[in-house]
Design a protein around this ligand. Structure first.
Ligand code: KG4
Ligand code: ZN
Length: 334
């Protein structure tokens, strides 16, 4: 089954062609980092405009790289939500038009299910049931994937997403955008024990995450110690990163112990973070659970992961009508 999928929920325009939902024939990602960098964060209006400009060439490139023509396709997949409404609409309109013009089935996919499906595009896909920690610029949530297409929410952020915290702290430290990769790089030269930031809710028993407290602490530290030397910036970056990693890993280990589920998928843009990958893998060895982490290029937004999730839904008989609409706050589970 040959399927073309489109992802445009935030600031990457992406299209992919997959065979049988697992073999990636192409996965074209057009990043908008250059558009948003001057603002230190994604500007929704600029994002949807750029999607409009590049969506057709991105789809054409995905087809060319896969060596596939539109009439060869068996179906179309698109990210329906959650995400920026104007951005989602560009992908949804494109996918609907293609499905209508070629008379082929269409299905909408939850972006977070897409992130989880990145783990099925590796040589070592997880077996159900598994836990999935989805950490990105817009989301931080821990799911229990009980069976294919069946998810339960264990915990989620009460305020900022982990990636958002990386981006905001990078802005406070004047490091640039997107913050995650830059903080990771700068942190290599810093001491993670130099500054003690609060680990939110470590004492309460909630499975939820919170990152606004640590962001505020960094902001106060920067104000109090300005101007920061290069060495101090590295120490702050390392200490902040260390605290976020600790928070994410602790909640995940706790969920493993409470549910008894022995497999964990780490995915989403922040899963590209080296120290987070290492820390979770180490906990897995220590506590006897298996950790599945897709390669970084599949952790950040891309259409291949969405196409993988959508192909399974098409194979299960799911269909979207041409009245399908983008949903900014689409949920994966209650
Ligand atoms: O999944 P993604 O590409 O887009 C969303 O769905 O949000 O995630 C983007 C986020 C950004 O906040 C970015 O700073 C973060 O992922 N990120 C990282 C790293 N690479 C990307 N955060 C920490 N360390 C990284 N190496
Ligand atoms: Zn994402």
């Amino acid at each position: 089954m040959l399927v073309l999928g489109i992802e445009s929920s935030c600031d990457e325009t992406s299209a992919a062609v997959l065979a049988d939902g697992r073999r990636v024939l192409s996965n074209v990602v057009a990043s908008q980092d250059d558009v948003h960098a001057p603002y230190g964060g994604v500007v929704p209006e600029l994002a949807s405009r750029r999607h409009l400009e590049v969506i057709v060439p991105v789809v054409e490139r995905a087809l060319a790289e896969a060596g596939v023509r539109l009439p060869d396709l068996d179906g179309f997949v698109v990210t329906q939500g959650p995400g920026l409404i104007g951005s989602l609409l560009v992908g949804c309109s494109m996918a609907k038009a293609l499905a209508y013009a070629h008379g082929k089935p269409l299905v909408g996919v939850n972006h977070l299910e897409g992130h989880i499906y990145a783990s099925f595009l590796t040589g070592d896909p997880p077996e159900h049931p598994f836990l999935a920690l989805v950490v990105s610029g817009g989301h931080t949530a821990l799911y229990h994937a009980r069976a294919p297409q069946r998810y339960a929410l264990i915990g989620q952020t009460r305020d900022d997403a982990a990636g958002e915290a990386f981006d905001k702290v990078a802005k406070l430290l004047r490091l640039g955008f997107p913050g995650g990769p830059i903080i990771q790089k700068v942190a290599e030269r810093g001491d993670p024990r130099a500054v003690v930031f609060p680990l939110a809710q470590m004492t309460d028993h909630s499975p939820d995450f919170s990152f606004s407290g640590i962001k505020t602490s960094v902001s106060l530290f920067v104000k109090r110690h300005a101007p920061l030397s290069e060495a101090t910036v590295a120490d702050v970056a390392a200490s902040f990163q260390g605290a976020v990693v600790k928070m994410l890993v602790r909640k995940t280990v706790k969920a493993v112990i409470q549910t008894g589920v022995k497999r964990v998928v780490l995915t989403g843009g922040v899963a590209a973070n080296g120290p987070l990958r290492t820390a979770l893998a180490a906990e897995g060895s220590e506590h006897g659970f298996k950790v599945h982490i897709p390669p970084a290029r599949l952790c950040t937004d891309n259409a291949a992961m969405v196409t993988a999730a959508g192909t399974d839904r098409l194979l299960a008989g799911e269909r979207a009508g041409l009245d399908m609409n983008a949903i900014a706050d689409l949920r994966l589970a209650a």
